[in-house]
Ligand binder design. Structure first.
Ligand code: ATP
Ligand code: MG
Length: 395
């Protein structure tokens, strides 16, 4: 074996007490994601190493780039830890690279190695100069940075840094339930929550026939895209039709959205509690629409004690859009199908709702029974990023 993918944990290293748990979770996540490839994965406290087949490298990199908890990785050449092997390997590695200036940067974590980091860099640098033409050292701004890591048995040489997704491995936090609409904001919120290690399930409220099957398919596609950052995501589809109709029949127009969202939160609370979750995650962003003023949020939030995580609360729409493009959900999100919020939007939703009015309006109908029914009749689909069935077959 000539090369390995060498993974650095980054931020994990600060989690002293939890270190093994973090590393083991990352290890399992990597193993799951790469199960279709011929790889051998090993780990120690500082690094993870993946042996791979050359022809599968691009695909494997594509997967690695979406695994949270990896901050940086390298495609590294492997040699036995002795200076002669390192010298000749370095020459071999750089022979096809086009550069005029270089610098050698050595990290020696194996302290018994005869020369220290600086000295090793000097030895290797001198050896390169002796065996090449028209190349000079530039310690400040080299065209080529040759990095060497000296470890006990094997040492590693690499010329490139690849940025990973960062964050914490998915599963280092327990379950959160994402309110996933077909819009731009909620998939981004889900992505950001997963990035902090939250194991995600998604909940979609639909109001067929007022909302279309296309709208549902859009949410399924979005879930599939989010699932590429983890192994799978359960998508729970709530039939919200009767509740929504009752709201619009019985309640004051300007309070309909406030009440609708209070109903959603009540249902979310039930789902979270019944399925061992800890938090609700959603795409609310302060001030973006009438239901997302701080006053609205507090009146809506008042129906539950389950913590609500709002990863995009303080981002501008353009910042959210940037992330949605980066995670490839944008094009799906802007498809023009109505979701259950847009169908019933009143002309002038209240911006500063009052709890007392929301309560008296929603008490005009028996919402508790409807919520029980909605929770009982949840449809759940397990979604992976490789899901290829016709979406209509799934429900
Ligand atoms: P998005 O772009 O995510 O649709 P939005 O700006 O359209 O958000 P709202 O429609 O007010 O905002 O919804 C705020 C949040 O409530 C959404 O980000 C989402 O988390 C949740 N939400 C709204 N509608 C639904 C739905 N039909 N099913 C599940 N969650 C929903
Ligand atoms: Mg929306």
């Amino acid at each position: 074996m000539d090369r390995v993918i060498l993974i650095k944990y980054g931020e994990l290293s600060t989690k002293k007490g939890n270190r093994n748990f973090f590393i083991n979770t990352l290890y399992n996540n990597i193993k799951n994601k790469l199960n279709e490839y011929e790889v051998k994965i090993s780990k120690d406290r500082a690094r993870m190493y993946i042996e791979f087949k050359d022809q599968e490298l691009d695909k494997i990199k594509g997967k690695i780039d979406k695994i949270f908890g990896i901050h940086k990785y390298h495609i590294a050449y492997v040699v036995d830890t002795n200076i002669d092997d390192i010298k000749s390997k370095v020459l071999e590695v750089i022979k096809d690279v086009d550069f005029k200036t270089f610098k050698v940067d050595t990290k020696r974590s194996f302290k018994e190695f005869p020369s220290d980091s600086l000295e090793t860099s000097r030895i290797i640098g001198g050896y390169i100069l002796k065996n090449t033409n028209n190349i000079t050292v530039d310690v400040h701004n080299p065209e080529l940075l040759i990095q060497i890591e000296i470890r006990e048995k094997r040492s590693f040489i690499y010329l490139n840094d690849f940025q990973g997704s960062g964050g914490y491995p998915v599963g280092t936090q327990p379950k959160g339930f994402l309110m996933l609409s077909g819009g731009i904001d909620s998939p981004v919120a889900g992505y950001l929550a997963m990035k902090r290690g939250v194991k995600l399930e998604a909940v979609y409220f639909e109001a067929i026939p007022h909302t279309s099957l296309e709208a549902r398919n859009k949410v399924i596609t979005l879930t599939k895209k989010l699932a590429s950052y983890t192994d799978s995501i359960n998508l729970h589809v709530v039939n919200f039709t009767l509740i929504q109709e009752a709201i619009y029949k019985n309640c004051r127009g300007d309070y309909c959205i406030t009440i609708m969202r209070r109903m959603m939160y009540r249902i979310m609370e039930r789902i979270v509690k019944e399925r061992n979750g800890y938090v609700i995650v959603n795409g609310e962003s302060i001030g973006q629409v009438a239901s997302q003023t701080l006053v609205s949020m507090s009146v809506i939030n008042e129906v539950t004690n389950v913590p609500v995580i709002r990863p995009v609360a303080c981002l501008d729409k353009l910042e959210i859009i940037d992330i949605s493009k980066k995670i490839d959900t944008y094009e799906t999100s802007i498809l023009p199908y109505e979701d259950c919020c847009t169908v019933f939007v009143p002309k002038h939703p209240v911006i500063n709702p009052k709890i007392s009015i929301a309560e008296s309006e929603e008490n005009r109908f028996d919402y508790q029974t409807m919520i029980d029914d909605a929770v009982k009749n949840l449809n759940t689909i397990k979604i992976t990023d490789t899901l290829e069935k016709e979406f209509s077959e799934l429900l």
